[in-house]
Design a protein around this ligand. Sequence first.
Ligand SMILES: Cc1cc2nc3c(=O)[nH]c(=O)nc-3n(C[C@H](O)[C@H](O)[C@H](O)COP(=O)(O)OP(=O)(O)OC[C@H]3O[C@@H](n4cnc5c(N)ncnc54)[C@H](O)[C@@H]3O)c2cc1C
Length: 389
Amino acid sequence: MSLPRFADVVVIGAGAVGAACAYFAAQAGLKVAVVERGPIAGGTSSACEGNLLVSDKEAGPELALAQYSQGLWRGELAEHGSLWEFESKGGVVVSAREGTQANLARLAQRQSAVGIDVELLDAAQLLALEPHVNPRMVGGAFYPQDAQVQPMLVTAHLLRLARGMGATVHTDTRVTGFTRAGDAVTGVQTSRGAISANAVVNAAGTWGGAIAELAGVNVPVHPRKGYVMVTEPLPMLVRHKVYAAEYVDNVASSDAGLQTSPVVEGTDGGTILIGSSRERVGFDKAVDPRVLSEMAGKAIALFPFLADVKALRSYFGFRPYCPDHLPVIGPDPRAPGLLHACGHEGAGIGLSVGTGALIAQSLTGAAAALDMAPFAPERFETLQEPAHA
Ligand SMILES: Cc1cc2nc3c(=O)[nH]c(=O)nc-3n(C[C@H](O)[C@H](O)[C@H](O)COP(=O)(O)OP(=O)(O)OC[C@H]3O[C@@H](n4cnc5c(N)ncnc54)[C@H](O)[C@@H]3O)c2cc1C
């Protein structure tokens, strides 16, 4: 399809976040063009899992965005849920020690105070929910609001729905620069020609920093690598998303070194997905067996039956990580006409729809559903990055 010469909004990136921005902007009546250098969902949105989690987030702006997104997944988008295999499976967090359970109880209290449903579990209640979990675990917590989708289907179908409302999607189209009028962004230059636009949305995920640089602004998005292992198909032995309580600390850590914590979930197809790892090794595409072996060992400690199960394959992706672990969402005052919707780290599938709705509100001048200040693109001008960032 040839490129349009003009769009109200150009969205850069056809991952889950770009797709959600396109969907909500088209729904608001705007003429949208999505430009993607590769295929649809060719970035991190096809190298991840599709958990929509509230359980792993501390009370604060990210949790508020997750709650807003949950409302959209379960509300106005619910009619499309079967297209992207929405499953309200619930999350189970597991504690191996009494001290960990006490910390989990404090986290649950803070989350509950802002409206999260959570139920603390003793060892017997944990085993009733997950009969194959290691019986030495002391307890845990159940989060019924945690859910799951298939991320590539989310991306493809949100774009298809956006197309139905007039959006155009252009794959194999790399953004190489911006057209400007003074500081203002007036469109994009691409490998296939220019599109002028009233607004441009940077939804380039882990490459969002590079896009920002093309516009002469600093948005520090760095890759945080993570692997997923996939087992042979089995009967349903893991009923929820199950993870060790230490996972929450690893998510929040800014350490560049390797961190692994067990995250195990069954799928309808019978395979079991095993995570998780986090490390800051740039865009290194080498497979490190040490990481896989550490992940497997921790998963077996959580679910001993996994010791006898074959791993069929593994894959990895690069989470779009910002130094303060918050995404970058909203207009950039340093380059009027440019908006950012990137840097969602390990939660970009879950947070995609809330982000898309906030971007559409900003594009149309509607009141924002959330306080946007914590996500402001220019916040990094004063933020001290850690030395290793
Ligand atoms: C192992 C792992 C597990 C994860 N599990 C979960 C999970 O369970 N739940 C969850 O919510 N999140 C999870 N995540 C995080 C999630 O995958 C990301 O936050 C999310 O995919 C980011 O989506 P995005 O649309 O911003 O980026 P992407 O999907 O990467 O899309 C950005 C797009 O921009 C394109 N692009 C880049 N540069 C240009 C250019 N110059 N011109 C045109 N296009 C360009 C890229 O090709 C890419 O397609 C996980 C991540 C990993 C690695």
